[in-house]
Design a protein around this ligand. Structure first.
Ligand code: GLY
Length: 370
């Protein structure tokens, strides 16, 4: 098992990464579980796959699992589910010092974390991420949110978990497409700050996706350690460091918006394409070589992911994609900062990007032969 400390001032915690953590849940949580009844928020899919394992572990330690089971899917990150979940937690008489368990992917973690942040002005919670994306990104660092009519993640809070248990066994029950989508966020850490790790991904990404346990543990631990370093240095994204974690997200968000934020393009798939676009746009500006940008596109293609937006059949122009970007929560006094690359492993925040240039660049990408 790998243990990565996240040294946030006033709220330090550990991320433990290994196989069998859910089967051993009660022991892993230890004294954090203060009461007989343990409130757990999850979704229908994760409950079907992991509910019995979690329940058994708690039962053997003399606890009783009490469940709030959300419909699986992004639609659960809503005001309605937030209200219903907080009402449910209040009905369970959860106290500030109790720990609410969030068992699932980013939707469950974001909603539960936000509920914990507002319940009684702040309750404790434990992240039990069951997707690769949640293990390497959303469960660590304390970003919590719901979606509203105006857009995704526009209402939320920074609220750090008390513990994160990333059970690699959960990745075995994950559909290959979701695993690949999460893998994009793994590659992100190489591209933004660690060229050697991108090299590792080129050599080992296929093995990771095929289920190699050592590759999985190495990648998740490496990604979490990278995220912990960034979050420790810039918890609230005010110094321009944490913003680097948004590499590929501005382009990706526009693609997700254009495809309706649904099954047509998963978040991680949008991020992979977004990172290819950020790299090619950086190359157009002379920051990165064409060869480096194409190495990135090639890697996603090599592991069976889309690497060309022309393949999406979007039926729109670059200006339409840029229009989606204008609703980005990173908009700052009329400008939109973009994470670009000066090299593989050298991301930086560019504040001088002209959106008309981006639209023209996207027009070319939309026409690119695939
Ligand atoms: N997912 C980006 C961040 O946690 O800052």
């Amino acid at each position: 098992m790998a243990v990565i400390p996240v040294d946030i001032a006033g709220a330090p915690y550990e991320v433990r990464i290994g196989t069998g953590l859910l089967a051993n849940l009660a022991a892993e949580c230890g004294a954090l579980l203060r009461k007989h009844r343990v409130p757990i928020v999850t979704d229908t899919n994760v409950h079907a796959a992991w509910g019995a394992v979690v329940e058994d572990s708690l039962q053997q330690a003399g606890h009783e699992a009490v469940w709030r089971i959300l419909p699986a899917g992004e639609a659960s990150k809503s005001w309605e589910q937030l209200a219903a979940t907080t009402d449910w937690l209040l009905a369970q008489e959860v106290e500030r010092g109790d720990h609410i368990l969030a068992l699932g992917g980013g939707v469950v973690g974001d909603l539960t974390g936000f509920a914990a942040s507002v319940l009684k002005r702040g309750c404790k919670f434990i992240q039990l991420p069951t997707t690769l994306l949640a293990q390497v990104d959303s469960s660590v660092g304390g970003k919590t949110a719901i979606n509203t009519a105006a857009g995704k993640n526009l209402v939320g809070a920074f609220h750090q978990p008390a513990l994160v248990l990333a059970d690699l066994a959960a990745l075995d029950t994950l559909p290959q497409r979701e695993l690949k989508a999460g893998y994009a966020e793994v590659v992100k850490y190489g591209l933004l700050g660690d060229a050697a790790f991108f090299g590792w991904c080129q050599a080992n990404g296929a093995a990771l996706l095929a289920g190699d346990p050592a590759a999985r543990e190495y990648a998740v631990a490496h990604a979490v350690a990278a995220k912990a370093r960034i979050v420790q240095a810039d918890e609230k994204e005010t110094l321009g460091l944490r913003a680097l974690l948004n590499l590929g997200h501005t382009f990706g968000h526009a693609l997700e918006a254009q495809t309706g934020f649904g099954a047509r393009l998963l978040h991680g798939e949008g991020v992979a394409l977004g990172m290819v676009l950020a790299a090619r746009y950086s190359a157009e500006r002379g920051l990165l070589s064409d060869h480096q940008a194409e190495q990135i596109a090639q890697h996603f293609a090599d592991v069976g992911m889309a690497s060309e937006i022309a393949s999406l059949g979007l039926n729109c122009n670059g200006a339409a994609l840029v229009a989606h970007m204008l609703h980005d929560k990173k908009m700052d006094a009329g400008t939109l900062p973009f994470v670009l690359l000066r090299g593989i492993g050298e991301a930086f925040l560019a504040k001088d990007v002209v959106l008309d240039d981006v639209a023209a660049f996207l027009d070319r990408e939309l026409q690119r032969l695939v």
